[in-house]
Design a protein around this ligand. Structure first.
Ligand SMILES: [Zn+2]
Length: 266
């Protein structure tokens, strides 16, 4: 599932092909603005907040998209198209004057807003460690303001508290802090939790080769401490890693992994 660091890297890729380019043709095929032609619009820049992607145009408009579980972007070279099998799933098409085309495929969120009103679509989000306006103190305040009975994993996944963490990072941050993901958030060190989460997400995009590697070890099957490792020995202590099918109070029904020895329930 795409997390904030995946979307951050995606934005960098789109920047390289689209920013500064005038679109010779393009349109939105989904959402309230479906049918809107982008012909002649110039892409000014891309920005991200958590898992949200913002594409700003010289028309004073911003395209807001979100990948959720199923969305993706593909960039094709001049004269090329996406495969016929996915053509029907294209939700955004942007062909540049240089000839390459960006295709937003299966995007569940496609919205056009005035750039000055972007807060309407991302204003609810908590601080994002990958943004220049990252505010660790505010993130800590939001963790401490959460219902103290909620689990640490659920609070880490709450984008209004901290923007950008997905299931992988939420699980790994719990391991790195030595807390069970089911620990009530009111009993953990909020500042340390925020520090570890921010450090992990940043290293993921800044350290070459370390994308979504939490152990520092890029060998296959050893890149994560617990995520995806159910039934296998903990890389730190050898205890069998456990998995649970869902985080309580999380409608996304994600799986949660943990080492019962390294992460005792407090
Ligand atoms: Zn362990």
């Amino acid at each position: 599932m795409p997390e904030g660091d995946s979307v951050f890297r995606l934005a960098a890729r789109l920047r390289g092909s689209l920013d500064g380019q005038r679109l010779t043709s393009g349109e939105l095929r989904s959402g309230g603005a479906a049918g809107t032609s982008l012909d002649g619009w110039r892409v000014v820049e891309h920005d991200t907040h958590g898992k949200h992607l913002l594409t700003r145009f010289d028309t004073g408009r911003t395209l807001h998209t979100h990948l959720r579980m199923q969305g993706s972007w593909t960039i094709t070279r001049p004269g090329r198209r996406v495969p016929a099998a996915v053509a029907g799933e294209v939700r955004v098409r942007m062909q540049t004057e240089a000839g390459s085309t960006a295709w937003g495929v299966s995007l569940p969120v496609v919205e056009l807003v005035d750039t000055r009103d972007e807060r309407d679509v991302v204003g609810h989000l908590g601080p994002d460690p990958l943004r220049d306006d990252w505010d660790a103190a505010e993130a800590r305040r939001r963790v401490e303001a959460a219902d103290p009975a909620r689990t640490v994993a659920a609070v880490l996944l709450d984008q209004r508290v901290l923007a950008g963490l997905g299931n992988l990072w939420a699980n790994e941050v719990c391991f790195l802090r030595g807390v069970s993901p089911f620990t009530p958030v009111g009993s953990v060190d909020a500042a340390a939790l925020v520090r570890v989460a921010a450090r992990g997400l940043r290293a993921s995009v800044r350290v070459p080769g370390m994308f979504q590697t939490t152990t520092g070890n890029t060998r296959r099957g050893e890149r994560h401490w617990v995520a995806g490792r159910a039934g296998r020995p903990c890389l730190r202590c050898g205890t069998t890693v456990l998995v649970r099918a869902e985080v309580p109070d999380d409608p996304g029904q994600r799986r949660t992994w943990w080492c019962p020895s390294c992460q005792p329930l407090r």
